[in-house]
Unconditional design. Sequence first.
Length: 280
Amino acid sequence: MSLKNIFTLLFICSLAIKSFCQPPNIFSTTQALKDSIQTEYLTNKAEKISYFSPLYQAYLDSAIAITPDNDELWREKGMPYFKCRKYEVGLQYEDIAVQLNPKKNLDYRAFLKCIFCKTYKDAIVDFINAEKLNGNFTTMEHPYSFYIGISYLQLNQFDSAENYLNKTIETEKAQDGEGTIHFMDWFYLGIVNYEKKNYQQAIDYFDKALSRYNNFSEAEYYKYLSLKLLNAPKDEIVKVFSKAKDDFEKGYSFTEDNCVYEKYPYQLSGYMVGLKLKPE
């Protein structure tokens, strides 16, 4: 081998060694490596212990150090902080997940902003952008339009809230028929009309919610308030309130998975249903 060829070979080897020793680029990890590391650290370790254990975060940190471009690991790292109500801490990790894969993660961040952070204007922006990517898709059991609707409700923009909740119902009706419309859609439409002082219309929507979930204490409670504002007969008012209180005390409340960590808009508290009716 000539001296020129020897120098060429040594140069190529040095480049290979230098490349091997570099830390992995955030966008270069193979899917096979992602899957392997996720299984080892997330599935087999982190998910075997409590979300709230410091060891959970340690396992996620180890996995992220090896595959920093795995958006699911960043998403899972952020999630427990929201359940501890450390919203700003968790959001920084969800932001990275969105940067890595907006189509997959933008709607989840929007959900967190709506239900946990309660930054409704930001939630609306995220959901509208997610809809551009995915259509009126579903996250956490509801179409995007559902969360946009309750975000507008929480901003006291009742007409916009009503429009988006009606859009939700039309979406569900088109997919599976009117019989599958979620009772939460009817409930929040009832709340919107209650806020707009359309009390009879509110009662009609609460009754629709109750036809799907007949022990739904929140629907009963706001129906009671609506009846009271309509000056309904006192025995009817007392009957509806008593059932709301009884059902609430038995645990018949919101059925959303995350309501054990964070209250949803207009979800009842013990204080609210503990108030006694004052004589008229």
